[in-house]
Design a protein around this ligand. Sequence first.
Ligand SMILES: [Zn+2]
Length: 391
Amino acid sequence: MKKRRFRPRGSRPDHSNREDREGHHDHGRKRGWPGRHDGRERQHGHGSSGREGRQGREAADFWSRLLVPGEANDFLEKSPCPACGQIPARILGRLGPTLLRKCRACSLLYVSPRLATSVREEMLRREPAPLASERNLTLRHKMAEHMERMNREMPKAHGLNKRSATLLEVGCRWGHFLQLCRPHYRSVEGLEWSKERAAFARERFDLQVAATDIFRDPWEGRYNVIAAWDVMEREAHPAEFLKWVHDHLEPGGQLLLSTPNYRSISRRLLRKRWSYFEPSRHLCYFTPGTLTALLRKAGFHDVVVKTSGLSLFRDWFSGFNRVDRDQDAREQWLENLRSRETIESSRKEGTAGLGHETAFQKAGKRVGAFLSGLVTAPGWGDQMRVYARRS
Ligand SMILES: [Zn+2]
C-alpha cells in the first residue's frame, strides 16, 4: 500500500487529478483510523465501553465497520451536484470520509463521495431502539416547536384556513408531528420510507401513514399543506423532491420545510464542529439563497425563509459539538449513539424534556432564547424554516 501524506486544502490546485483520486481514500490513512480489517475483528471496538449494552456495542461495531477506510470500501459513491447534475465543483474542505463541495453551476453545497444508498438505508434500519417510542421526547419537543412556529408564522405568510385543510407530511418518521397536528386539520396523512417507522405510526398513533419511496412508487393524493421537516438535507435528489411536492399540492397549497442553515453564525464560528455537519446522513447543505432558487425553479411562489436556533451556546454546555467532523467520522457516530443514550437515560429519570426542569434550567433557557433571538434575527439561525406556495 503506497503511503501518501495528507496535504491541506489548497496545496493541490489541480482539481481534475483530485477527482480521480478521491475514490482511493488517501484521507483514510490519516492518524487515528484503525487498519482496514481492525473494525471487522474487534468485537468491542474503540469507544464502546462496558457501560453500553449489547445492542449499543453491536450498533457501535456496525458504525466503526462501516467507516473503516481502505480499498475494500464499497460504501462510498461519487455524486454530481444533486440539484443540477453538473460535476464541476469547488472543494471547500473535508468532512469525515467525504469532501464538501460547492457546485459551480448552481452554488449548492453537497458532499461527494457520499454513502451509498444501500448503506444509508441500512443505517436507518439500525437506529437505536429508544427512538422508536411514543414518548420520544427529543423528537416530540422538536415537533411541538415546529408546530408552534408554524402556527405563528404560516397564517401571517399566506392566511390558510387550517380546519378545512388536508395535510401530508413527507418523511414523517414515527408520526409525532402528525399526531400533534391531527386535531387541527380536516385530515392528516404521512409518507415514510422506513416500513418499521410507518408501522409504528399506524399501530401506536392510529395514523394514516404509508411506507413508500416517493421516487419509486406513484402517489395519487393532493393536499393543501405538505410538510417536510429535516428532509431536504438527506435528499439525494432535492430538485426532484420539490417538484414532487409541487405536483402533489392543491393550487394555492402550502409547503413547509426545515433544513440546517449553512449561513448560520454557529456554522461560521464552530466550523467543522458544527453539529449539523453529518457527512454520512446529510448530503446537501442549503443557504437561504440556494434553497429559494431551487424552490422558484420547482414552481413555488411567495417563498418566506425564517431562521432560528443557536447551537453555539447549547453545544458549549452540553458538549454536543466536541467531535470535529473533519477528523474522525467513526467517532462522530459513536458520539451520536452516546448522546442518544444519554437522552434516553435522563428521560427515564424524568429530568429531560417537557415540563421537568429546575428553576435554574428554566432561567438558563430564557436567557438562551433571548440571546438566540437577538443573534439569529438577521437570518443567522441554525435551522431554516421555509414557507412556499404553489400558484
Ligand atoms: Zn448544481
